[in-house]
Design a protein around this ligand. Structure first.
Ligand code: SAM
Length: 298
């Protein structure tokens, strides 16, 4: 087995895979139905012809730059396992910044045990909504996606994570047709400029769904579509937290301010990039727009 992994790692490295040895080990383990630590600690294990062919088939997919998570069909996010398919963006580590941001705000307001209503726009695998719900025992959530296949994956993930009782998923064009209100709205919308596709790594360009990546000439179209809907759906004092593309903070603040929201904090990811932006519905604005909905800050 050790020879197969060495050979695979060489092929993966030659194909430009940065984590060639790790990937070779993980993929061999997956093909053999074993743990990656077994592959590391038992290199002397002999492979049958069928096993060797199964390992090579996975290496061929990775050489074509298919992401490991797509080959395995799952990806860890917020220490939870999410099923991923060709219909869903593979959850990214930097998106955990949005989860941290939301939970920090809710806990700072002492509202972590309340029955908060949370909306996730562009839910994909459901990772943002389900991660937040996993930490808030009484909160309920609705996830929306334009892709029916993504909605099916998100619903399946809610079942797998035992959160289906508090999470619903629905096909929709952002928040069109929703009436709310919501205490918190989350979104990791597409934010890559249409002309930037060629510069993306093959794992992203060739395997993530285009609807999850691109948002018009400057990458800002989804924020512009979401902002007025958010202002209509939040309770007074409610907050929206969105993921940002690199360098988009000022432009996105401007978009939300134009919709009547106030900027209320930005968090950076582990690379120091402004990644998660919070805007709040000013209480006076909210009272005008959501007459009769009592709101508390989130
Ligand atoms: C960047 S992905 C984020 C997925 C997931 N929330 C995550 O963080 O991994 C953006 C998602 O928005 C969805 N989307 C794109 N346009 C949409 C629209 N008009 N209405 C609803 N969802 C949309 C895509 O299908 C995709 O699942």
């Amino acid at each position: 087995m050790g020879h197969a992994v060495d050979r695979g790692a060489r092929h993966l490295a030659a194909a430009g895979v940065q984590t060639a040895r790790l990937d070779a080990r993980v993929l061999a383990a997956h093909a053999l139905g074993r743990d990656p630590s077994f592959v590391l600690t038992h290199p002397e294990t002999c492979l049958s012809a069928d096993q060797a062919a199964a390992v090579d088939a996975l290496y061929a997919r990775r050489v074509a730059r298919e992401p490991v998570s797509r080959i395995l069909g799952e990806r860890e996010f917020w220490s939870l396992s999410f099923r991923v398919t060709g219909a869903t963006l593979t959850p990214r580590p930097e998106t955990e910044t949005v989860v941290e941001h939301a939970l920090t705000r809710i806990r700072a307001c002492g509202r972590e045990n309340e029955a908060l209503r949370i909306l996730d726009l562009g839910t994909g695998t459901g990772c943002l909504l389900l991660a937040v719900l996993s930490e808030l025992p009484r909160a309920q959530g609705l996830g929306i996606d334009i892709s029916a296949d993504a909605v099916a994956v998100a619903s399946g993930n809610a079942n797998r994570l035992d959160l289906a009782g508090r999470a619903r998923f629905r096909v929709g064009d952002w928040a069109s047709g929703l009436s709310g209100p919501f205490d918190l709205i989350l979104s990791n919308p597409p934010y890559i400029a249409a002309g930037d596709g060629a510069a993306l790594p093959p794992e992203v360009r060739d395997f993530d769904p285009p609807a999850a990546l691109f948002a018009g000439r400057e990458g800002l179209d989804a924020y512009a579509a979401i902002a007025p809907q958010v202002a209509r759906l939040l309770v007074p004092g409610g907050a929206v937290i969105v993921e940002l593309g690199q360098g988009q903070e000022a432009a996105v603040i401007g978009i939300f301010q134009a919709a009547g929201l106030v900027h209320d904090g930005t968090r950076t990811d582990l690379a120091g990039i402004a990644r998660s932006l919070c805007c709040r519905l000013d209480v006076r604005t909210g009272l005008q727009k959501n007459v009769g909905n009592e709101g508390e800050p989130v």
